[in-house]
Design a protein around this ligand. Structure first.
Ligand SMILES: *[C@@H]1O[C@H](CO)[C@@H](O)[C@H](O)[C@H]1NC(C)=O
Ligand SMILES: *[C@@H]1O[C@H](CO)[C@@H](O)[C@H](O)[C@H]1NC(C)=O
Ligand SMILES: *[C@@H]1O[C@H](CO)[C@@H](O)[C@H](O)[C@H]1NC(C)=O
Ligand SMILES: *[C@@H]1O[C@H](CO)[C@@H](O)[C@H](O)[C@H]1NC(C)=O
Ligand SMILES: *[C@@H]1O[C@H](CO)[C@@H](O)[C@H](O)[C@H]1NC(C)=O
Ligand SMILES: *[C@@H]1O[C@H](CO)[C@@H](O)[C@H](O)[C@H]1NC(C)=O
Ligand SMILES: *[C@@H]1O[C@H](CO)[C@@H](O)[C@H](O)[C@H]1NC(C)=O
Ligand SMILES: *[C@@H]1O[C@H](CO)[C@@H](O)[C@H](O)[C@H]1NC(C)=O
Ligand SMILES: *[C@@H]1O[C@H](CO)[C@@H](O)[C@H](O)[C@H]1NC(C)=O
Ligand SMILES: *[C@@H]1O[C@H](CO)[C@@H](O)[C@H](O)[C@H]1NC(C)=O
Ligand SMILES: *[C@@H]1O[C@H](CO)[C@@H](O)[C@H](O)[C@H]1NC(C)=O
Ligand SMILES: *[C@@H]1O[C@H](CO)[C@@H](O)[C@H](O)[C@H]1NC(C)=O
Length: 653
């Protein structure tokens, strides 16, 4: 059997590696065969590590080396996939290719207690073609070793009927009948948040028991009188119970201790999530407002190191987040997406039909059960969501269709998105989306699309291009709105029907997406939520009302609850001349973006809103941090964003 494996290995190396244009010699192979006379894991590992190491002594380019490493890894993955993680981890560390901890989290296999991604790397290798677009794409995004490859020119237009003249117009709003929808996003609940832990940390996740500042401090901070360090405070039956005060300044090694409700460098303690949800419930009660339903655009799990992100933590965070939502919002149905953090291992998601479904189906099953139990999905919708984790749809009682997409499909960190990457739809997600849209269009039904990660950054270029093509085809007649989360900033982005700077005109603005602010303050933002007033006939958004709390005021408030306040509304906030009866559509946001481009004052206004007036909002008149805002807001895909940024002198220099 060993001989069989060896021969197969030899053949593979012959065909897939040494036949490649990048490697011409097979000098190490005979060494390998010799040493493998007593074939065992250690010798295979050593041989492959040696092979990988020898590449860097060559004067081939970094890009060629990266591609060749993938080819060697692929050979190994086809025979001994379990040896890919130890080989790549060892090679990575011994050549100091990345820091040891990054080597470990990138290439080691995951266990139930760590969210490492080496297992997924091995899966990817087994399916990818290193010498095609796949390898180029991987070596650009994952290792910054190759130049960005050109995005393939593919189209999905054969999958839909042609766009009729009426499809270029959105239906007219009713002008007199609206309802309300809540939008919440990015909780990132930090379950081990510890009052008194370091917020000014250089190691580990801040505010966790492991967080440390590598530099020790010399003097005690006696200025922090009234510091809010009441631990074990909590909400029960919507009433707030303040816990006992602890002297967090006793520990001389802490620079800046975590307070009760959160910190700008930390994710949300559960009590902040409860405060947020209570503020929503109280707002409704005080103002006699009801939400027809809510949308949640993902990310319940915190930003802890992958070494400390376990399967249990992932599941627990998801369950607690939804339990708290259900508890505070009562009968309001919540339609959700999964974020990149709501997956184990982190950021990964496999196609449903290529053998790795079983790693991820637990999550879809858990969510579908929970959402059905809470009364948010009907039995049929839940059954679909449980079986099709890349996307499902629901129809609200008023007849709006909501399509929920799992954005790990296009996430740059998801290894499974790197095989057959030049094909438009290995996940079958686009096919699902298009079928839903074609069906709705034929019934004159309007649609909302919800997903976590926007397509303008952190998305892979081809899926972004495909999505933009679909959105353009079905806007503005069928697609009424698109909602994302992920960035933690209050943002929007516009899709123009003609690419490039010259295409960014009012006539070409066809669609746009809302990007929601977050509940987590991480990083440097005030916690926030919003609701929309929706035209009942067209499901267009008439206005968005944003609420926030000034987190810094909770640092010295004797442990009282945060104060939640109205921040601004999207219709009035930017002071744009816009007819009262017109919805906030792509044309409106084009006008806002144009003002932001033309005036520092508007750019500043946008930054203030994006970060909810936190103490860390940059001063746009003095810093360059606001220079890319216009590119961001007017680029719908990652290629458009990259092209736009490349034209800005300060950014590309
Ligand atoms: C290094 O490159 C040279 C020429 O480009 C080639 O002959 C040799 O086989 C390469 N070695 C490895 C290990 O790829
Ligand atoms: C990284 O790991 C390698 C191999 O295990 C070891 O030799 C090296 O000392 C480590 N480097 C650091 C900075 O710890
Ligand atoms: C795709 O088409 C555009 C415009 O025709 C062209 O500039 C680009 O090079 C093409 N890309 C590829 C990968 O062929
Ligand atoms: C809105 O106006 C239409 C047409 O004028 C009318 O039929 C409808 O009853 C009105 N709806 C409400 C909620 O006032
Ligand atoms: C003080 O804080 C550090 C973290 O910066 C922690 O390691 C240490 O255990 C704490 N000491 C005490 C007495 O709590
Ligand atoms: C001491 O605490 C105060 C109050 O939080 C803070 O503003 C200040 O930055 C701290 N000083 C140092 C040196 O950490
Ligand atoms: C948050 O609210 C949930 C549900 O009401 C409750 O079970 C939990 O104990 C609360 N936690 C805190 C820290 O307030
Ligand atoms: C919460 O409310 C329930 C029902 O009103 C009551 O039975 C329970 O004792 C209350 N819990 C606390 C801690 O006040
Ligand atoms: C944070 O820690 C650094 C040392 O790592 C120190 O120089 C800085 O003053 C600290 N900032 C605050 C606000 O405590
Ligand atoms: C990748 O695409 C090729 C070409 O269309 C196809 O033959 C192959 O089966 C695909 N790979 C997988 C694993 O589906
Ligand atoms: C947005 O609404 C205005 C006013 O009704 C309309 O003129 C414009 O065409 C709409 N834009 C889009 C992209 O639908
Ligand atoms: C909180 O931050 C805001 C914005 O920088 C500032 O205006 C306010 O004075 C701060 N409040 C406290 C209590 O520090």
């Amino acid at each position: 059997m060993l001989v069989g494996i060896l021969l197969a290995l030899f053949n593979l190396l012959q065909t897939s590696v040494f036949a490649s244009p990048v490697i011409s010699g097979a000098h190490t192979l005979s060494d390998f065969l010799d040493r493998s006379a007593n074939f065992n894991d250690d010798s295979v590992i050593s041989a492959f590590v040696g092979e990988l190491k020898s590449l860097s002594s060559n004067d081939s380019s970094k890009c060629e080396q990266c591609i060749t490493r993938l080819a060697i890894g692929k050979s190994l993955s086809l025979l001994r996939p379990e040896l890919v993680p130890p080989v790549f981890t060892r090679w990575c560390k011994e050549t100091a290719y990345m820091s040891n901890s990054t080597c470990t989290s990138t290439f080691s296999r995951n266990t139930v207690s760590t969210s490492y991604t080496g297992t997924n790397f091995a899966d990817m290798l087994s399916l990818m073609d290193p010498f095609s677009y796949d390898g180029q794409l991987y070596c650009f995004y994952k290792e910054k070793a190759c130049p960005k490859p050109k995005t393939p020119n593919v189209t999905l237009e054969h999958m839909w009927p042609s766009k009729q003249p009426k499809h270029f117009l959105a239906p007219e709003p009713s002008a007199n009948d609206t309802f309300n929808v809540l939008h919440i996003s990015d909780f990132h609940i930090e379950l081990d948040y510890t009052v008194g832990a370091e917020t000014n940390c250089t190691l580990s996740m801040c505010c966790s028991p492991n967080s440390k500042n590598a530099k020790s401090r010399t003097s005690h901070n006696s200025t922090a009188i009234g510091w809010n360090s009441y631990h074990d405070s909590f909400y029960t039956n919507n009433s707030f119970v303040r816990g006992p005060l602890i002297d967090v300044f006793q520990n001389q090694s802490i620079w800046s201790p975590a307070t009760t409700f959160g910190s700008y460098t930390c994710d949300a303690p559960e009590i902040l999530v409860n405060s947020t949800l209570n503020s929503i419930a109280k707002f409704c009660e005080d103002n006699s407002i009801q939400f027809d339903f809510a949308i949640f655009t993902g990310d319940m799990v915190d930003h802890d190191e992958l070494a400390l992100t376990s399967f249990d933590l992932t599941v627990q965070s998801e369950e607690i987040a939804f339990r708290d939502i259900k508890d505070k919002l009562g009968d309001v149905a919540v339609y959700s997406v999964m974020g990149n953090h709501d997956s184990f291992p982190y950021g990964e998601l496999a196609q449903e039909n290529h053998g790795f479904l079983n790693y991820f189906s637990y999550n879809a099953e858990l969510m579908a059960d929970l959402w059905e139990d809470f009364g948010w999905l009907g039995p049929e919708e839940s059954q679909y969501a449980r079986k099709h984790y890349t996307g499902f749809s629901v129809e609200t009682p008023r007849g709006l269709k909501i399509i929920s997409l799992n954005s790990n499909v296009w996430y740059q960190k998801n290894h499974y998105a790197y095989w057959n990457a030049s094909q438009p739809d290995t996940f079958g997600q686009m096919e699902f989306l298009i079928e839903e849209l074609v069906e709705s269009e034929s019934k004159n039904q309007r649609v909302w699309i919800i997903a976590h990660i926007p397509f303008s950054q952190e998305a892979l270029p081809l899926p972004a291009k495909m999505f933009a093509e679909v959105v353009e085809r079905f806007s503005p007649y069928t697609i009424a709105n698109i909602f994302f989360g992920h960035t933690h900033k209050d943002q929007f982005e516009i899709l123009y029907s003609v690419p490039g700077t010259d295409g960014k005109t009012v006539e070409n603005a066809v669609a746009f997406a809302w990007i929601s602010q977050a509940v987590t303050p991480w990083i440097n933002n005030n916690p926030s939520w919003r609701y929309y007033t929706i035209d009942a006939k067209t499901f267009s958004v008439m206005n968005a009302y944003n609420y926030y709390t000034k987190l810094n005021e909770t640092f010295t408030n004797n442990g009282d609850e945060p104060l939640w306040e109205f921040e601004y509304s999207s219709r009035e906030g930017y002071n744009i001349d816009w007819p009262e009866i017109a919805p906030l559509n792509a044309t409106y946001w084009h006008k806002v973006a144009t003002r932001i481009n033309e005036s520092v004052e508007y750019n500043q206004m946008y930054e203030n809103f994006a970060m909810r007036f936190s103490p860390f909002v940059p001063d746009c008149s003095k810093s360059s941090s606001c220079d890319l805002n216009y590119c961001y807001l007017t680029s719908f895909t990652v290629d458009e964003y990259d092209d736009c940024v490349a034209q800005i002198p300060t950014a590309s220099s």
